[in-house]
Every structure is written in C-alpha cells, then in structure tokens.
Design a protein around this ligand. Structure first.
Ligand code: GLP
Length: 246
C-alpha cells in the first residue's frame, strides 16, 4: 500500500522524512536503515544531524546499508556515495563506522562485489526502514528500466539519461561513471517499511507513472505498488499530476 504525505516544499519534505526516520530510530535503537543518496534526501539527513546535535537522536546502535555505489570511483572521490554518506550523515553523528555498509565500488570483480554485498545484506538481518529517491526514468537505487526486475545486488550499465543527469557533478563527460553496483528489487522490497522522498516539478511525470501506471520493470519504482508499507513524502510540485488521486 502506498501512502502519500504532501509537503509544501523541499524543507517541509525533509523535516517530515526525518520525522519518520527519527521515529524508527527511537522506537528501535538498533534498527537497520537502508539509505539513499542523491539530492532528494540531503535535507532529511541535515535534520537528522541537527536532532543528533540537540541530543534527541542516538545512532550508536543503528546499522545502515546503502542502496548503491558507482563502480570504479575511489572513496576519496567527492562523487562516490561513500564520500556522500560520510559528508552528509555518518561523519556528523555517533554511528559506528563498522555498522555502515555500502557496496565496494573499488572491487573490480563485479561478481565478487555483488556476492559480498548480498552476504552483508543477509547478515544484517533485514532492513527496518528503506529510504529511497527516484530517478527521472523511474529508477530506484540504480535499478534502471529494463525487461525484467533484477532481484539481488548486481552491476548495472547506467542508462544514458542517468549518465547525462549525473554529468553536472563531474568535470567532464569522460569522468562520469557508466557502471554501478546496486541492491536489486527483491533486496529493496524486503524492507519492512519504505519511505520515498520526491521533490520538484521535474519528477511529476514519473510520480504519476510509478504509482498510477502499470507495474513494469520499464518503470522500476512501479513495483513499490506491491509493497505493503510505502510512504511517499513529496512536495506539491512533484505531486502536481496526482493531487486529485491521493
Ligand atoms: C541517483 C541515485 C538514486 C537517486 C537518484 C535521484 O541515481 N542512485 O538512488 O534516487 O539519483 O537523484 P536525485 O534525488 O538527485 O534526483
């Protein structure tokens, strides 16, 4: 079941997303959080850091698994998701480094990188709350539109539109990674709760397709319609095409 929380703007969306994550941490201090990157969740991470600084949140027992990582980008590269997570959250709260997990982008052997990450996902014993963003083409994590849903962690060739969308973060096109390791659709769907953050008019069309269109691997996020507990926290601009249906 998909529930929508309509928010006024990005800041409102971020606060309400942080509320859901805070509630999870407070009700189960040793919870497993599935985390996402991209511009959409940055505001929520900022609010979580503020709440930690105010003494309202404790990350000491929290375990995290991230959705994805670029293949071939070292952790020191400021565009790697490892760097992003440390910069936006891990480096600013009392989470233990050994409790945070991200696919190893520097493992050149894709089979090994994916098998290792699947083993980690099994070892943490299930995700309590999975945070997601959505790509303009409906990708979740880096599960790009394709012919069938990929179940477990796998190596993907990024879609041309994703490479283009990411180009703004890199000095030149040649620097933009073309491959990534990502959790698969089953890994994501196994989370007990899913919270998706969506912001801006640019996402309005994909919101309609993903949640009110057919369930198809051509729109990977559409599979979320089958999950029992999904909360979409989105601003009015992103919900513009579905306001009469939520
Ligand atoms: C990347 C990430 C996704 C994210 C997407 C959307 O592709 N792998 O997890 O949801 O970007 O990013 P943004 O939130 O910046 O629109």
């Amino acid at each position: 079941m998909v529930k929508f929380i309509k928010t006024k703007n990005y800041d409102d969306m971020s606060r309400k997303t942080a509320n859901l994550i805070s509630a999870q941490i407070i009700s189960k201090p040793d919870c497993v959080l599935g985390l996402a990157t991209g511009s959409s969740p940055i505001g929520a991470y900022k609010v979580l850091v503020e709440r930690y600084e105010q003494g309202d949140l404790d990350f000491s027992k929290v375990v995290t698994v991230n959705l994805d990582e670029y293949k071939g980008l070292p952790r020191t590269n400021d565009q790697s998701y490892y760097y992003f997570m440390n910069d936006n959250l891990f480096g600013k709260v009392n989470i233990k480094a050994e409790n945070t997990h991200i696919p190893d982008g520097m493992e050149p052997d894709s089979d090994k990188a994916c098998a290792d990450y699947n083993a980690i996902l099994r070892s943490v014993g299930g995700v309590d709350l999975q945070l997601l963003g959505i790509g303009h083409n409906g990708h979740i994590g880096f599960n790009e539109p394709c012919d069938e849903f990929e179940k477990d962690t796998h190596c993907v060739e990024l879609a041309e539109s994703t490479i283009q969308a990411n180009a703004r973060f890199f000095a030149s096109m040649a620097d933009v990674p073309t491959k990534a390791y990502t959790m698969g659709i089953r890994n994501i769907m196994e989370a007990k709760k899913i919270v998706m953050v969506i912001s801006g008019a640019g996402k309005a069309e994909i919101v309609e397709k993903a949640f009110f269109g057919p369930i198809t691997p051509a729109v990977p996020a559409s599979v979320l319609q089958l999950h029992p507990d999904v909360t979409v926290v989105a601003d009015e601009a992103a919900l513009a095409r579905v306001l009469d249906r939520i």
